[in-house]
Structure formats: structure tokens, C-alpha cells
Design a protein around this ligand. Structure first.
Ligand code: UDX
Ligand code: ADP
Length: 458
């Protein structure tokens, strides 16, 4: 029997917005409200221009908004009127006090728990969607169940595995949905409620359940494993450049072993995004807390290699361009942390832009979706920065192009025409290995890929 459900999501960000839009689309019998403290965000969700760019999301929201999907700033009413509450507020890395730079900053999250407690008049299921340190659900339970007024809260962990740029596809057809709960009768009943909701479009065998701490830990470990693959291939890319091997050939050979698999083996300028670094540092903090220093060091090295790869990219640029970038115009193709998103959180482009400015280069930033965020990220930095959306115009008069995001559009440009407008000798640093390097070289560019020999005219 299909049960009518009233669902609230607190936090209308990259996770909350798309996830609720998908549930609304797949479960017409559910009435879903998404609330946020930020009125501008809510206004944007209610407008023709959504606050985030995500392929397919516009259509999904257009089909559900005003029918069974609502965006609001009224958090109090939201908590009062709904029996199932997803929490997807941001949990950035702490920037102050104990654990600064490593542990998660839980202030938004704790504020949310206290609001839920304050405004609830009936029992609720509260679902952790944000990535949180292991054992956060325990703290949440403790805060929520402090009042003896008959109102009870069941806390579930339901980590989100969607990747930006493919969020709609990932939500529609996930590899798995993980739901962690207490093993008590109440906990299992709450879990079944959530299983029933996902069961409307996800095959039952893909919905896995576990104890609550395993669920929280699995999210951190999944991201740590994914990031580790990138750091592994990036570490080998440095060796390939020295040993005259080709990283694309090496990753193809390695990835064809079915035990390893072919995905997530693209050498790059390093991983970005709001999750990988934050989650690994969380894991490292947790290991240190338990006195597991060797384990902590092991995972911390994944982040160190990522930083090393970004600095190496700058050093390669410097080395190729005669050890000085001062006064040179360098065009950045792409600023988002990956293609098909406007998100720039932890984007390697931020570090690379900052380093280029330190070397006194002039930078022209180009990106089809991320210029607004790029402007905010680079605000206040000393040096000359221009923002030009069209990559061809952005490259005009430049000494070099640094390709930082793998936007498909960069593959299909007229490189002959671009070369003609650039200062000579002209350089391309392909931080994503997506261009036709041989062809660019034949046109006249000096081409520097990642993890393979450069093609130069010197
Ligand atoms: C990640 C996880 O994939 C997702 O499951 C989790 O829910 C959130 O974190 P996301 O950060 O959105 O998703 O993007 P992802 O596709 O994982 O890419 C992360 C970074 O790694 C990007 O900067 C990307 O460019 C980089 N990357 C990815 C590489 O450099 N090489 C690769 O082979 C793959
Ligand atoms: P994520 O990528 O995890 O979705 P975002 O930063 O995109 O992270 O979204 C988190 C959202 O949570 C933001 O829009 C922020 O305004 C909202 N938020 C943070 N704290 C609260 C709170 N106490 N109540 C409601 N919304 C909150």
C-alpha cells in the first residue's frame, strides 16, 4: 500500500535540491518541502534560474515544483508539519580551534538538530544526508532525545553518493543506496520507511542496510578510495614524465585488469570538489583520535599527493616558459572542479590561479558555467585578472593556455585560428589530457600534457 508522506529537507544545496527533486519525481504521493536559511537560495530555487547548474535538473524541477515539491525559508513550519526530515546542511572543515583544518565544522548541523528539537510537536525520523564524522548520529540522537515529552526521534544515516555533473543520472540509477540505523525495533521500522520510499524506483537488491556507524564510515571510505585512485595515477604521472612513459597507456593497461577497473584513472591537475579532501581529512582525524597514526599517515598522503600534483603543474609551466611568468598573459580554460558543474569548491584552479598571480602572470579566466563562483574565489587577490566566457576570445594575445577543467567544448575549437591570435611561442598546458596533442603541436603550439612527454618546437 502506498502511504502518503510529508518530507522535509533542511539545506537546499548541491545535495538537498537534486535529491529531493528526484524523490518528488519518483514518488508523486510524497509532499516534499526544502528549506534553507539563505533566502536568496530559496528564491533561486523558485525562479527560472536555479542556484546550481546540473544537467537535467531544470526539467526535473519544472515537472515537480508547485505540485509536490516546494522551496521555502520557513524552517519552523517545515519541522512542525513533516514527519520525515532529511538534513543536508553543509559541514565544511573546521577553520578554528581544536581540529582546525582537519575535523568537520558541525555548527550548522548542531543548530539544525536544536531547531528540530525546538519546533517538533510529534515524533520524527531524522535522516543524515550530509557527510558527517562517524558517530555524529549518536550526538544527534543525544541532542534530540533530551526532552521527556513523548516526542521521539529516530536517526538514520543515508549518505549521498551522487557526483556533481551527473547528479540526476546518479540519483535515478545509483550503484547502491545505503541506509544505516539502530538495530532496535524502532530503528528498523524507521529504516523500512526509508526503504519503502527509495523502493519506488530503485531495485530492492540495490538498497543496502547496515548499522549506523558502518553507514557513516562507508561514505568517508568510498570517497577516500576514489580520491586514492586519482592520487595513485597522478603520482605515477610524475614518474611517466621523467621515464618517458605515457600515463594514458599505463592507465589503460592497468585499468583493463578487471580487478582494478578502468574508471577514475585519469591523470589530472588533481581532484577538487567539496567532498574528497574534507572527507579524507575527517578520516585522518578519526584515525588519529583512536591513536592509529600509521593509518592516518597513509590516508593523509592521498591529500599530500593532490597538493603536490597542483604545484607540479605550476613548476612545469615555469620550466617550459623559461623560468619566468612575470608579465605573461595566461588563459585558464575552465575553473570548475570538474566539467558539467558551476561548482568551484576546492577546485585546483583556485590554487593554480593564485600561484600564477604570485609569479606575477596576468590571468584570463574562462569557464562556461563557473565564472560567477570564480569571481568570488579570486576576489581580493593582488594582480591582473580578467574574466571572459568565450575560450577563443579569452586566449587572444595570451602566451599560454592552461586547460584546467575537462569541458567537452574545448575539444572542438578551431586551434588554428586560436594559435594565430596568440603571442609566440604559444604554449598549451593540458591539465586534463583531453586535447589532440599531436594536432595542436603540428599547428605550432608547444604542448605539455600531464604524465607524458611534451611536444615542443625548441
Ligand atoms: C564525489 C564522489 O564521486 C561522489 O560519490 C560523492 O558523493 C561526492 O564526491 P564529486 O566530487 O561531485 O563526487 O565528483 P567526482 O566525479 O568524484 O570528481 C572529483 C574530482 O576528481 C574532480 O575534480 C575530478 O576532475 C577529479 N578526477 C576524477 C580526476 O582527476 N581523475 C579521474 O579519473 C576522476
Ligand atoms: P552540499 O554540497 O553538501 O549540498 P551546500 O553548501 O551546497 O552543500 O548546501 C548546504 C545548504 O545548507 C546551504 O544552502 C546552506 O545555506 C544551508 N544551511 C546551512 N545551515 C543551515 C541551517 N541551520 N538551516 C537551514 N539551512 C542551512
Amino acid at each position: 500500500m502506498t502511504v502518503q508522506r510529508n518530507i522535509l529537507c533542511i539545506g537546499a544545496g548541491y545535495v538537498g535540491g537534486p535529491t529531493m527533486a528526484m524523490i518528488a519525481h519518483k514518488c508523486p504521493h510524497c509532499r516534499i518541502t526544502v528549506v534553507d536559511v539563505n533566502p536568496d537560495r530559496i528564491a533561486a530555487w523558485n525562479s527560472g534560474e536555479l542556484p546550481i547548474y546540473e544537467p537535467g535538473l531544470d526539467q526535473l524541477v519544472a515537472a515537480t515544483r508547485g505540485k509536490n515539491l516546494f522551496f521555502s525559508t520557513d524552517i519552523e513550519a517545515g519541522i512542525r508539519e513533516n514527519e520525515i526530515i532529511f538534513v543536508s546542511v553543509n559541514t565544511p572543515t573546521k577553520t578554528f580551534g581544536l581540529g582546525a583544518g582537519m575535523a568537520a565544522d558541525l555548527q550548522h548541523w548542531e543548530k539544525t538538530a536544536r531547531q528540530i528539537l525546538e519546533f517538533s510537536r510529534s515524533s520524527k525520523i531524522v535522516i543524515e544526508k550530509s557527510t558527517l564524522p562517524v558517530k555524529t548520529a549518536l550526538a544527534m540522537e543525544r541532542i534530540l532525545n533530551t526532552r521527556a515529552n513523548g516526542v521521539h526521534f529516530d536517526v538514520l544515516s543515508n549518505p549521498e553518493f551522487l557526483a556533481e555533473g551527473t547528479a540526476v543520472r546518479d540519483l535515478e540509477n545509483p550503484d547502491r543506496v545505503l541506509i544505516g540505523s539502530r538495530e532496535t525495533e524502532r530503528g528498523q521500522k524507521a529504516r523500512e520507511t526509508l526503504v519503502e520510499i527509495y523502493g519506488h524506483w530503485i531495485p530492492r537488491e540495490k538498497i543496502i542496510t547496515s548499522n549506523i556507524w558502518s553507514s557513516e564510515l562507508s561514505k568517508l571510505v568510498s570517497n577516500a578510495f576514489l580520491a586514492q585512485r586519482i592520487s595513485s595515477i597522478n603520482a605515477i604521472s610524475a614518474l611517466c614524465e621523467k621515464a618517458e612513459a605515457d600515463i594514458t597507456e599505463v592507465s589503460r593497461a592497468v585499468g583493463m585488469d578487471s580487478r582494478v577497473g578502468a574508471k577514475f584513472l585519469n591523470a589530472s591537475i588533481g581532484f577538487g570538489g567539496s567532498c574528497f579532501k574534507k572527507d579524507i581529512l575527517n578520516l585522518v582525524y578519526l584515525c588519529r583520535h583512536y591513536g592509529l597514526d600509521e593509518v592516518a599517515d597513509y590516508w593523509e598522503s592521498v591529500v599530500k599527493i593532490n597538493q603536490y600534483q597542483q604545484e607540479r603543474f605550476i613548476r612545469n609551466m615555469l620550466g617550459a616558459m623559461f623560468n619566468t611568468l612575470a608579465g605573461k598573459k595566461i588563459c585558464l580554460w575552465g575553473f570548475a572542479f570538474k566539467s558539467n558543474t558551476g561548482d568551484t569548491r576546492e577546485s585546483p584552479a583556485i590554487f593554480i590561479a593564485r600561484r600564477l598571480l604570485e609569479e606575477q602572470a596576468e590571468i584570463i579566466v574562462s569557464d562556461p558555467k563557473a565564472l560567477k563562483n570564480a569571481r568570488a574565489d579570486l576576489a581580493g587577490l593582488a594582480g591582473r585578472i580578467d574574466f571572459v566566457e568565450d575560450p577563443v576570445l579569452a586566449a587572444r594575445g595570451c602566451h599560454a593556455i592552461a586547460l584546467l577543467t575537462e569541458w567537452d567544448l574545448y575539444r572542438h575549437l578551431d586551434f588554428q585560428a586560436i594559435f594565430a591570435t596568440m603571442d609566440k611561442p604559444a604554449f598549451i598546458f593540458d591539465g586534463r589530457n583531453i586535447l589532440d596533442h599531436r594536432r595542436c603541436f603540428e599547428i605550432g603550439f608547444n604542448v605539455y600534457p600531464v604524465g607524458k612527454a611534451p611536444l615542443t618546437h625548441f
